[in-house]
Design a protein. Structure first.
Ligand code: DGL
Length: 276
């Protein structure tokens, strides 16, 4: 039985996991949260699987030290290549990743059976989305087209979501998926929802799947099934209870986070992750 008042732990390599946190707050507004952005080591997506596993277990150990009741791996790269490593150390704490909920949502969304997946190099190379979507599809009735977008994460970390250079790069990355006539696009990296308006400009008729939204629904279900939802309280309307930690403190992180979340947050605390 989980402790209802314990926080939900959320981690990502950087700012991208805030897109997941935003969705968690939408579906689970009464919860307490601990958010960790491993900003000293972002990006994860072009590192080897061995390195990502090490980083992921460092982040998960930190969240476990905060006595969280649930870990949400707010990073598709970790979910794709290191989910089991996180589960292995989170023995008594449930872990929710990004891939399965978003794969199911993509299948539900498509009408023409042509699904695009964009993600980091590591996520795309793992074929995790492709395998998950095809594994859920009856009679192999879908085609999955994947595209790695390695420049998207640095563009988001730099706050260049509206920059013309981002538009040119996005057009380049998305052109193949447009010619493959996908009607559904999985934003298979938690940084990408910050680029959602830009992607919509380029692919206006394509449904976007936000992995954070669907994993937040999975978190709601899991906590409800375990009778571990925090009790309702009114103060959440005034201030969400979130502790923020980063492993490096980029000057723009605080302002960008508040801007994206749409409310004020405490200054993130600097933390050093120890290799266990
Ligand atoms: N936001 C993460 C993801 O969902 C990690 C991106 C990165 O650090 O490369 O994949």
């Amino acid at each position: 039985m989980m402790n209802k008042t314990a926080p939900i732990g959320v981690f990502d390599s950087g700012i991208g996991g805030l897109s997941v946190l935003k969705q968690l707050i939408r579906f689970l507004p009464y919860e307490n949260y601990v958010y960790l952005g491993d900003t000293a080591r972002v990006p994860y997506g072009n590192k080897s699987n061995t390195t990502v596993k090490q980083y992921a277990t460092d982040c998960a150990s930190f969240l476990l030290s905060k006595k969280v009741k649930l870990i949400v791996v707010a990073c598709n790269t970790v979910s794709a290549v290191a989910l089991q490593s996180v589960k292995d150390i989170a023995v008594d704490v449930p872990v929710i990743g990004m891939i399965e909920p978003a794969a199911a949502a993509a299948l539900h969304s498509t009408n023409n059976g042509r699904i695009g997946v964009i993600g980091t190099r590591a996520t795309i190379a793992s074929n995790s989305y492709k395998n998950a979507i095809i594994g859920l599809a009856p009679d192999n009735a879908v085609q999955v087209y994947s595209q790695e977008c390695p420049l998207f994460v640095p563009l988001v970390e730099e706050g260049m979501m509206q920059h013309p250079a981002s538009h040119i790069i996005a057009e380049e990355y998305l052109s193949l998926l447009i010619s493959q006539k996908v009607d559904t696009l999985v934003l298979g990296c938690t940084h990408y929802p910050l680029l959602s308006p830009l992607i919509r400009d380029i692919m206006p008729n394509t449904s976007q799947i936000d992995s954070g939204e669907h994993s937040a629904v999975a978190a709601l279900r899991l906590l409800a099934d375990n009778q571990s939802l925090a009790d309702e309280r009114k103060e959440f309307l005034l201030k969400h209870n979130i502790e923020f930690y980063v492993t490096d403190y980029p000057s723009h992180f605080h302002a960008m986070s508040q801007n994206f979340l749409g409310f004020e947050i405490d200054t993130p605390q600097l933390v050093e992750l120890t290799n266990e």
